[in-house]
Every structure is written in C-alpha cells, then in structure tokens.
Design a protein around this ligand. Structure first.
Ligand code: F6P
Length: 547
C-alpha cells in the first residue's frame, strides 16, 4: 500500500473542492438549473446495457460531476474495480477474492483465482443445475412415492433467501405456474408452518441454501422440514428425493443427511448478498427454467462489461454511486428510497437493503482506522404507486432530504386496460412534483384561500434519479441487480471500506446462543446480563409458561 492510499478521502484536495463547491450549490434550485439549461434533461443522462438513467433532476451541475469524477479517480475506484475483476483478494478481512462477476462470465472467458481459471467450474455447476431443473420441471425427478414434485421450498436467510425470493417475484410471469415456489427464512416457526400447512410432503422438494451450512435459522428450518417430510414419508431414504443443498460446506451437508450428489456448490469468493446468480438461485432456475436463467446471467454480464470498460464519465453504476456520495457526504442525507414502478419488484428494495447496508454499513476503513465521514445510507422503498398513498407525503413536504431512485418500465408484461399509462404517468409526475414543487404564488393563483396556501405549497428541490428500462425480463433484471451491485462497490471504494465482509452481524448471533440455554432450562437460571435483559428474559419465561 502506498503512502498515498493512507490519506483519508476526506483529506484529499478533491474532497475539499467538493465541500467548497457544495456551499455554492446548496441553495441552487432545480427550477433555476432547468431554466438555465433547456437541454439539461437530455444532457444529464447515461445509458448502460438497456438501462437509461436521467440524473438531471439532481441538485448538481456539470462542474459537480467533474469534481465527483475527480474524487472517484483519486479514491482509485477504477483500480479497485480492476483488482476485483482480476481475482485479487480485495476482501481484505477475510483474505478472499470477490468474484460474483465470474458467476456470469460467458463460457470460455478466463478469470483466475490463485492461478486457477474459475469459469469452467462456474459452468460445470450451472450445467448440473440446468439438468436438475429440467428433470424437476419435466416431472422426470419424482418424489419418494413416485409423485411429481409440485412444490419447491427454498430454505435460507439473508443472501441465501432475499435474491431468489426477490427474483422469483420479479419474474413470476416467467415461472412454471403449475408449480408452487415458497421461501422460508425466519426462525419464527410460523414462517415454516405457513409455508407447508397446505402442502403434501410427497410432492414437496426442499432446497436448503446456506453458504456456511451453520446458520441457526436455516439449520433449524431445515431440521423442521426433515421432520415434516419424514412424518409422512417415513423412510429416511426419502430425503434423497426431497432435499437438495446449496452450500460451500460439503461436510456439513453430508452430516445433515443430504447426499453430496444432491449438493450444488459455490465458492468462498461469492459473498452471500452477491450470490443469487450462483447455485443459490437454484429455486429460481427451477421456476423459470435454465434458458431464462441464462438470460438473467447475460443481463448481469452486460452491465459488468459496461462497468469494467466505460470511462467514469459515462459509467452508469459509478455515476449513480457518485450522485449518492454527493447527497450522503455533502448534503448530509441519511437515506435513499428506491421506488420501482412495477408490482413485480415489490421485494427489490428489501433485496437492496442487504446488498447495500450489509456491504457499506461500516465505520472503519480497509486499514481498520475509524472513518471520519458518513458511509452507507439507509435504503428503503416500496413499489409505486402504493408508496404515493403512504409515505410520499413526507418526501414531498417533510423536513428530511430523501434522494429517490425511480425505476420504470416502458412496456408492461400484461395489457390490462389503461393501467400502464396511468402507472407511468405517476412515475413521471412524481419526479416532476418533487423537483419543481408548487410555489406559494402558484398555489394562491389557483384561488386557494390564503390561510391554506402554506399547507398546499410544495417546496420542491427534492432530488431524484429516473431509471427507465424497456421491460422487465430476466435479462433486464440481471442488469438492474448488477447496476446496484456496482453502485455499492463504487461507494465502498470511495470510502475505502471493505464492502465484502459483515462482522457486524456476529455479536447478536453469539449472544443469542448464550441466551438459548437460559430459555430452555427447566429451573430458573442464574442470570448475569444487564438488568434490562435479565428482566425481559424472566418476564418472557413467566408469560410463556403461563397458559
Ligand atoms: O446475516 C449474515 C449472513 O452471513 C449474510 O451475510 C448471509 O447472506 C446470511 O447470513 C446467510 O448465511 P448462510 O448462507 O451462510 O446461511
């Protein structure tokens, strides 16, 4: 590491130039910016693959972008990107390569980790997944009693759940509708109960997905699944027909009782939240078929190539990341709302929460030094137009600055009356209203009584990105996910944090395991926690046993 690298990003001239520039921009309005430049809405746009980003409704100028791009160069975003694609161990705290991009590399491409080309291994697993999926979908793979598999239940949590769950919903229209696909993640037994209560074990296949195969929630649900299945099927040999595993831990899979022949592997260079295009997406492949899954991977790859080769000036994920930095670090915005105008993308914001918040929710840098600026934002959202009738009020007239990403699709999967135009009219109207608002004079001119004018005034100047995509398909979904993966990467590189570990989840897991015996013990346990935890724990035991 050169001395240069050790300078915190906030001490660089590029950061200071942005701080100074912010003072000039902070009071400039979007109305002024659009009035000053009639071409703004055409100029401040960028395309990558099928994705079109209009970032003109942001509180920035061409000068801001030049300065943000200089910051990215100073932070070495391109160098870190190149290191990632070269298979270097950029996950420094776990000494691992970060190669989700290899999961969608076309056959024949070469990507090396420790001198080994991993692309053939990736395709070998994809081929096995394809074969398995075809057998389940065609009915060739039958259950223990010879019945066709009608239900597939994915058991996993975090990265082993959110991706396949989100994509299964996003691509529902591409799924085999003669089958049922469900996802169980929570250790709350009601999740498992609800997913299985109306299903026949003879027709049900469980896909147990866990990178480590030690995760409490997943192992507990997998055990319950085994009991539920065996209660009807009786014979332990039935496990071979009703359970398959996706993991990097073959020994633990075998110990659970799943034949390693029924295991689909992946690698330590795939982070959980970057994994649904690996074997972690097996349930999705069964749902949509291998061809559509390939199309999804091609979509990912299209944006990978764009991210790898486009200069920062026209690099969509990098620009999206830099705009986020502008609000997060200079305007002091705490949060980002992601608002897909597609009901199929209902789970997309939840998926992004893990992707972004587990990656960039860090407060020390790659060298372990405290970071002296804000890092990852709070990510949230819901599909439009539902959110418009819930929390958009706060975005329009509240006191918080909430930059938003609006995602829209030009074509709908289904033609239902006028719905598509109404949906897109809302997508367009909201960013317009947020940007330009309605001044007191304009409100008064509409004949609104003076005492009501302040209530009906919209300050505007609320920043938005508009992402417009031709249609929702496996191919474009892959592109959208890769866009956000690389956006998160860009921001992590600027803050000099390791976006690929997640030590912050460990403490809670450890403490829970210490508490379990205290809840299980028959006798009142001796407690040595803080007084709050002790009191809650005793109250829980009393209430639980009191019926
Ligand atoms: O919550 C922590 C975490 O390690 C996530 O990063 C991961 O996606 C999830 O748990 C599940 O882990 P596994 O796939 O090993 O069960």
């Amino acid at each position: 590491m050169s001395k240069e690298d050790l300078v915190p990003i906030t001490s660089t001239p590029e950061w200071k130039a942005l701080s100074k520039h912010y003072k000039k921009i902070q009071d400039v309005t979007l109305r002024d910016l659009f009035a000053a430049d009639p071409n703004r809405g055409e100029d401040l746009t960028v395309e990558g693959g099928d994705l079109y980003l209009d970032y003109s409704k942001n509180r920035l100028t061409a000068e801001t972008m030049t300065k943000l791009i200089a910051l990215a160069r100073r932070a070495g975003v391109e160098e870190l990107r190149d290191s990632m694609f070269a298979g270097e161990k950029i996950n420094v705290t776990e000494n691992r390569a970060v190669l989700h991009v290899a999961l969608r590399a076309p056959r024949g491409e070469k990507i090396f980790v420790d001198g080994v080309d991993v692309v053939p291994e990736v395709h070998a697993v994809l081929d096995r997944m394809g074969d398995f999926s075809n057998r389940v979908r065609s009915g060739e793979w039958v259950g223990h009693t010879g019945k066709r598999i009608r239900n597939v239940i994915n058991i996993g949590i975090g990265g082993s759940d959110l991706g396949p769950r989100m994509a299964n919903e996003a691509l529902r229209d591409f799924t085999d509708r003669s089958m049922t696909f469900r996802f169980v993640s929570n250790v709350d037994g009601n999740d498992f109960w609800e997913a299985t209560q109306d299903l026949d074990p003879e027709e049900t296949l469980f896909i147990i997905v866990s990178k480590t195969f030690t995760t409490l929630e997943t192992m507990t649900n997998a055990q319950s699944a085994r009991e539920w299945s065996l209660a009807k099927l009786g014979d332990k040999s039935s496990v071979a027909k009703h359970f398959v595993a996706v993991s990097t831990n073959e020994a633990a899979v075998a110990e659970f009782g799943i034949n390693p022949d029924n295991m689909f592997g992946f690698w330590d260079w795939v982070g959980g939240r970057y994994s649904f295009d690996s074997a972690v997406g097996l349930s999705l492949m069964v749902a949509i078929g291998p061809a559509a899954f390939s199309s999804l991977l091609e979509g990912f790859h299209a944006i990978d190539e764009h991210f790898r080769t486009a200069p920062i000036e026209s690099n969509l994920p990098m620009l999206l990341g830099l705009i986020g930095i502008w609000y997060n670090n200079f305007f002091g915005a705490q949060t980002v709302a992601v608002l897909p105008y597609s009901d199929y993308l209902a789970d997309f914001p939840t998926y992004l929460q893990q992707l972004d918040m587990e990656s960039d929710g860090k407060s020390v840098d790659r060298q372990g030094r405290p970071i002296d600026c804000q890092t990852g934002p709070i990510v949230w959202g819901q599909p439009g137009t539902n959110g418009q009738h819930a929390y958009y009020q706060l975005i329009h007239q509240g006191t918080k600055l909430i930059p938003c990403d609006f995602i829209g699709f030009s074509r709908s999967r289904h033609k239902v009356g006028d719905h598509q135009n109404l949906l897109l009219a809302n997508y367009l109207a909201q960013t317009q209203a947020l940007a330009f608002g309605r001044s007191a004079e304009e409100v008064a001119a509409e004949g609104v009584p003076p005492e009501q004018v302040p209530h009906r005034t919209f300050a505007g100047n609320h920043p938005t990105n508009s992402i417009l995509v031709p249609e929702l398909s496996p191919y474009t979904l892959g592109q959208l996910v890769a866009l956000y993966e690389h956006k998160v990467f860009t921001q992590g590189a600027i803050w000099n944090i390791n976006s690929f570990d997640q030590w912050g989840v460990e403490l809670g897991k450890k403490l829970a395991m210490e508490i379990v015996p205290e809840l299980d013990s028959a006798a009142e346990p001796e407690l040595a926690h803080d007084s709050s935890t002790n009191t809650l724990l005793r109250r829980y035991r009393r209430q639980r046993d009191n019926n």
